[in-house]
Design a protein around this ligand. Structure first.
Ligand SMILES: [Zn+2]
Ligand SMILES: [Zn+2]
Length: 300
């Protein structure tokens, strides 16, 4: 077997093991339609702990080897055709000449790995009895979080990306895992922020013209806020009524001291445009007030 063959197998096998492990640990999410961002990230590992952990761990070790291989292919070997074990691979990753490629796990991560190794040994060699499943679930979730971070930071792989080729049921399961879901949301917010910075740059150049046009024709931009139709909404940053819409999903504050770029979505109750992200369930201020009044009236 040549080195080239092995590298392909390393990464593919690693991901295969990890996906298999996740599949074994998680039930199908209740929704049959897996609309990515709308999955509620609450699911807990609850199915086959033994094979789930064995697969995840095997996949993780292969990821470490892949990282080592990407730096210096020959480093994954010890003697002859034998490849490094966990201790050897982590030692070598710490000492890589190129400090950018070095991998140093912090104490939390080390203890997560140690816990998983312990469970793995128990599952592999003994009968599984008297295992505290609450504790076990916590450790599994920490380990999945660690794997996900490792993939992102050290191998530039995002398993939540739509371009990552996996069956939709598996995607549903992956996104139902809270740390993975949270990281995806963080990433989406970062992307929106970066896009916003670009948009604001452009807007600054045309601000005066846009404001003038809005005065002439505010049809395109109107939204209902309170009783009056108004082209401007309250900006969440400066609290002034100076936010205008750019399309349906974003707004920019026309206040020169602010220029905040804001993500917009539709109110889940009345459908009007309101501040929020499209993956969140959001009610507009108007509907929130209405609901608060109903509750208040209910009390008296
Ligand atoms: Zn503002
Ligand atoms: Zn509403």
């Amino acid at each position: 077997m040549t080195l080239e063959n092995i590298t392909l197998n390393l990464l593919e096998n690693a991901l295969d093991f990890i996906i298999r492990g996740l599949d074994e640990l998680y039930n199908d999410s209740d929704d049959s339609e897996y609309e990515e961002r709308f999955i509620i990230p609450i699911s807990q590992p609850q199915r086959d702990y033994k094979y789930g952990i064995l697969h995840l761990y095997a996949g993780f070790i292969l990821l470490l080897k892949e990282k080592l291989y990407r730096d210096t292919p020959s480093l994954i070997y010890t003697k002859g055709e034998k490849t490094v074990d966990y201790k050897q691979v982590t030692d070598r990753l710490k000492k890589l000449d190129n400090s950018e490629n070095q991998v140093n796990f912090n104490d939390n991560d080390k203890s997560t790995i140690k816990n998983i190794q312990d469970y793995r040994n128990v599952f592999e060699h003994y009968k599984i009895e008297n295992v505290d499943t609450l504790k076990l679930k916590e450790v599994i979730i920490d380990f999945i979080d660690l794997i996900n971070r490792f993939l992102n930071q050290h191998l530039e792989i995002d398993i939540t990306s739509p371009s990552f080729d996996i069956p939709p049921e598996t995607r549903g399961k992956i996104l139902s895992i809270k740390p993975i879901y949270d990281r995806m949301i963080e990433e989406s917010k970062r992307e929106i922020k970066a896009l916003g910075e670009e948009k604001v740059k452009t807007f600054k150049k045309v601000r005066l013209r846009v404001l003038r046009d809005l005065k002439k024709d505010n049809e395109i931009y109107f939204d209902r806020t309170g009783d009056d139709y108004n082209i401007f909404s309250i900006c969440p940053k400066c609290d002034e009524e100076k936010l205008i819409y750019e399309g349906e999903f974003a707004g920019v504050c026309t206040n020169k001291k602010c220029y905040e770029y804001t993500s917009l979505t539709h109110c889940d109750k009345c459908g009007s445009i309101t501040i929020g992200y499209d993956w969140e369930e959001t009610w507009c201020e108007y509907c929130c007030e209405y609901l608060a009044e109903l509750i208040e009236n209910d009390k008296t």
